[in-house]
Design a protein around this ligand. Structure first.
Ligand code: ARG
Length: 589
């Protein structure tokens, strides 16, 4: 973190982090013998922030906590951030921020937007979405896509170097039956692309034959062997099927504004071969009923590295994959976003990767970011009325239609041009689907409900997007544009006076700390809670403080420029939250 003197630079300061630093230094000066003191700073009702390090420290030092607190206060280096400190209770230190500091920070937001708090940049490899070829991309993959995209945006904003990978299931045994079925239905597929309109139906047909017809099953197995031996005709069939699938997936990504690079399991084929040899030579593999398995401390269940027919598994690919990400991609932070049902698989392969010397937890950070199941409104697994799994494209289409109906319920939609309406419809539909997912504790199951997510009251994207358009419209009504507000702020830092103005300003300044905190455990719902808080505190401010005053005829008689600045800073902060959540904003809706 940057030193306190630097806080009048053009950056937005992570206040909690800075205070922690300041108090850690004070403790070390006051008690040089204490090694690595725990400094906890919290937001407080009595002051702006509160430090309760004195209690824990007093225990260690066998001293009176109040005395220790006073000693810490005495040793806080003077700086521009803190206005005053006092003690309360058994030894809490109350911290009041300097008003000048707050004004300066808000002015920075107006001039430079939200700037990221300082972090040490890492090379992050993030694996998300990752559907399986030819099988449908289901709501579980939608969760992975939404969470993964948002985490990527968060980490990119903080300055990390991201490699976003789509670990497609493109190398499984399902290709045997698909290629055999392809040979029967489109014999000239090697020279002419097969016109398969519905790949999932094609998958179901071939699965049916596989299950019912012994001859077909045999041919399917032979086809897998030929594919893995890189027979050109079989590779061609595989490519055709992958292309159809990937084109479908891509449509979903485009609609949702997701950026990701396809790198499926097939990418690791040669690496798997090399790795298996390496593991075998090093004596890590054991025979088990014709299979080759690997055990490790803490793995729970062993990995199946080679099947009895010589084929590789999901385990093998993840072992080769983590090796690639650490050694070739030079990743020092690996993130995998999958459903919680895969926890055992991750536990096993990570333990085996440690045992094999591929992964060292003290060098590389690895997060398995898990999420719960998507449920229907009946609290059962999310299904269509007829009991089929819900197709993503259909789900998104329904979202658009519902969003359109919802927007048309309001009179104000008539003020929009057709283009503006379509923009608003799309932003609300996709924004609501994303926000409904992200605003919950991701590790829990969540109930998918269009009615709830499109409600204009309460904590939904529909409400928040509308709140932002209202804030934006205040300056428009006043006839002041953004450049003029910025120019105003450049001349002189914002003046704040009303209690609700100060409250809003303090809320705005919490964003960097929220971002730092969610980076610790990669849970995104606190960011949604924060966004909602900003909009509620804004409403409080707006209900109490006039930004524009009009006379009886509706003519503007007075514009409060400082309050317009505060509106601008609020909009900046809300927009940054939306950008990280992957939600498109609109000017009008
Ligand atoms: N394709 C898998 C699935 O659909 C997810 C892959 C996740 N990534 C990984 N490296 N295992 O469940």
């Amino acid at each position: 973190t940057k030193p306190q003197d630097d806080i009048f630079s053009d950056h937005m300061c992570n206040i909690l982090g800075q205070l922690e630093d300041i108090f850690r230094k004070a403790v070390l000066v006051a008690y040089p013998d204490v090694s690595d003191p725990v400094i906890q700073i919290q937001l407080s009702k009595h002051a702006d922030y509160q430090c309760n390090a004195a209690m824990a420290l007093a225990k260690i030092l066998k001293k009176n906590p109040r005395e220790v607190g006073e000693m810490i206060v005495k040793n806080v280096a003077p700086g521009p951030m803190i206005e005053k400190m006092d003690m309360s209770g058994p030894g809490f230190i109350n911290i009041v921020l300097s008003q000048e500091f707050i004004r300066q920070q808000i002015t920075n937001v107006i001039m430079n937007g939200v700037t990221p708090p300082p972090v040490t940049p890492k090379r992050v490899v993030i694996d998300f979405s990752s559907p399986n070829i030819a099988k449908e991309m289901h709501v579980g993959h939608l969760r992975s896509t939404i969470i993964g995209e948002s985490l990527s945006r968060l980490l990119e904003f903080l300055g990390h170097d991201l490699l976003r990978l789509n670990h497609l299931g493109d190398w499984g045994t399902q290709f045997g039956m698909l290629i055999a079925h392809l040979q029967d239905n489109f014999p000239d597929f090697a020279t002419k692309s097969p016109p398969i309109a519905d790949l999932q139906a094609f998958y179901r047909e071939s699965k049916k034959r596989f299950d019912e017809d012994g001859d077909f099953k045999k041919r399917a197995y032979e086809a897998v062997v030929k594919l893995q031996a890189h027979d050109p005709v079989h590779i061609k069939g595989w490519e055709e099927i992958c292309t159809i699938s990937k084109t479908e997936f891509q449509k979903v990504y485009e609609r949702l504004g997701v950026r990701i690079i396809d790198r499926g399991e097939s990418f690791y084929q040669s690496r798997m071969e090399a790795l298996v040899k390496e593991l075998d030579d090093a004596g890590f593999l054991e025979e088990d009923d014709g299979r080759k398995v690997m055990f490790a401390d803490g793995a729970g269940i062993p990995l199946t590295i080679v099947k009895s027919d010589g084929g590789f598994t999901y385990d093998t690919s993840d072992m080769a994959c983590i090796k690639n990400r650490i050694e070739e991609e030079k990743g020092d932070w690996l993130i995998y976003v999958t459903d919680a049902g895969q926890a055992q698989h991750f536990k096993s392969f990570l333990a085996c990767a440690v045992r094999a010397g591929i992964y060292n937890p003290s060098v590389t950070r690895v997060d398995h970011v898990t999420f719960g199941v998507v449920l229907g409104e009946d609290k059962k697994k999310f299904k269509t009325r007829s009991g089929d799994t819900v197709r993503l494209v259909q789900l998104l289409d329904e979202g658009l239609q519902r969003s359109e109906e919802k927007l048309k319920e309001k009179e104000r939609h008539k003020e929009l041009t057709p283009e503006e309406f379509v923009k608003a419809r799309d932003a609300v539909a996709y924004g609501c689907i994303k926000y409904a997912d992200l605003c919950h504790d991701r590790s829990r199951d969540y109930i998918f409900s269009f009615d709830r997510m499109l409600d204009f009251r309460g904590n939904t994207a529909a409400y928040l997007l509308y709140a932002l358009t209202r804030i934006r419209s205040i300056a428009r009504t006043a006839g002041v544009n953004r450049e003029e507000i910025v120019a105003e702020a450049k001349k002189k830092p914002i003046e704040l006076d009303h209690e609700k103005e100060w409250k809003l300003a303090r809320t705005i300044l919490k964003l960097p700390d929220v971002l730092v905190r969610i980076t610790d455990d990669l849970y995104l719902h606190p960011l949604c809670e924060y966004l909602y808080e900003v909009s509620t505190v804004f409403t409080e401010f707006y209900d109490n403080c006039y930004c524009i005053e009009k006379d009886e005829t509706g003519k503007i008689v007075k514009i409060n420029h400082c309050r317009l600045m505060l509106c601008e800073a609020t909009a900046q902060v809300m927009e940054k939250c939306f950008a990280i959540l992957g939600i498109e904003t609109v000017d009008k809706m």
